[in-house]
Design a binder for this molecule. Structure first.
Ligand SMILES: Cc1cc2nc3c(=O)[nH]c(=O)nc-3n(C[C@H](O)[C@H](O)[C@H](O)COP(=O)(O)OP(=O)(O)OC[C@H]3O[C@@H](n4cnc5c(N)ncnc54)[C@H](O)[C@@H]3O)c2cc1C
Length: 309
């Protein structure tokens, strides 16, 4: 039976457990954990132990995995298709010079080359792909498999990799607790800004409107790339997916990667200078014009109606 390593990290949750389920359909699963985590119901758990792996450090984790894989030569290495799972596996692929197939929903492993179905384009299409590699690297699309539930203690083998300090240049060094209050995912109204806002300072009016409406501020990737807002505020395929009652898109063109993050909104109001922007043509309501004029006018009107002026 093929040996399949499933990387679950230091805080295995339901998504990682789903990756174990896929692993079981391909062979005998050996979980790779960081530290003293254990997974019930498996024959073997590899406990990777190293001081540099005390918190998330993608390159260092990938180096540890590369050393383990080089020694044990499993048929496949699988991880959950989370941001972290995909990042670690991408580094592993680069280190081992192997292809990585991400966001798998099903695998036919009856031949040497595996036939895969992958989720692409933010969930809007399924791709059929063939993966040929001596060691197959996969990540599993979240919620595409049932969670694994097993019982019985596994055999735990400690693996101590050799990791150079330079590999821990990207790692978590501090954790900041987000203040309580309305978050992007729970807000009933999201006032979101794109390139059209023009600057970090330009978001002051969006903040003002969000506060008045009991909402939160979101943004497009251009905004986070420009350093105007934190990635925590980004809506979209590589940001957060939200479903507010009202999404107010200010100066956002409505690229598909943004749209998939907010298409579950019940109503969309687009404010844009371009009447042909996809966000405008798909929105429930649109105001065509300069957001720097329209937003202050809306803020004034909301204040007036709330008796705040
Ligand atoms: C793999 C991948 C993943 C991605 N993930 C994401 C993601 O998660 N989220 C995301 O947002 N993007 C994502 N993108 C980027 C995406 O393709 C777009 O480039 C991005 O969404 C565009 O951002 P924008 O709408 O702010 O900017 P633009 O496309 O430049 O649009 C700016 C809009 O502002 C309007 N405008 C300009 N000035 C004004 C004004 N004064 N008043 C009113 N309107 C004005 C313009 O008419 C235009 O419609 C991803 C791309 C890739 C390749």
């Amino acid at each position: 039976m093929s040996r399949v390593m499933v990387f679950v990290g230091d805080q295995p949750g339901e998504i990682e457990s789903q990756a174990i389920t896929l692993g079981h359909s391909l062979g005998s699963v050996e979980a790779v954990v960081l530290g003293d985590v254990t997974i019930a119901g498996l024959n073997r758990v590899w406990s990777v132990q190293h001081p540099l792996l005390s918190d998330y450090a993608p390159e260092a984790i990938a180096e540890a995995l590369a050393q383990l894989v080089g020694r044990e030569m499993p048929a496949a290495v699988i991880a959950a298709g989370t941001e972290r799972g995909n990042e670690v596996m991408a580094h592993l692929g680069a280190l081992l010079d192997l292809p990585l197939a991400s966001n798998i929903v099903s695998v036919d492993a009856s031949d040497d080359d595996w036939e895969l179905t992958r989720v692409r384009w933010g969930g809007s299409l399924l791709e059929e792909a063939t993966l040929s590699a001596f060691v197959k690297l996969l990540t599993v699309a979240p919620h595409s498999q049932p969670a694994f539930a097993g019982s019985g203690d596994p055999e735990v083998t400690i693996f101590t990799p050799e990791i150079d300090d330079s590999l821990a240049r990207t790692r978590v060094t501090e954790r900041v607790t987000v203040e309580a209050g309305i978050s992007l995912t729970t807000a009933p109204v999201v006032v979101s800004g794109g390139r059209g806002v023009g600057s970090a300072e330009g978001f002051a009016t969006l903040e003002q409107l969000a506060n008045l409406l009991g909402g939160a501020v979101g943004c497009s990737r251009v905004v986070t790339n420009n350093g105007w807002r934190s990635h925590r505020d980004q809506v979209g395929q590589t940001g957060t997916r939200i479903a507010p009652s009202l999404y107010i898109a200010c100066g956002i063109s409505g690229a598909i990667q943004h749209w998939v993050g907010m298409m579950a909104a019940k109503k969309v109001l687009a404010i844009n200078t371009d009447p042909d922007a996809p966000m405008v043509t798909k929105a429930d309501y649109a105001v065509i014009g300069d957001l720097h004029e329209i937003l202050p006018a809306i803020v004034d009107e909301v204040k007036r109606r709330k008796g705040l002026e």
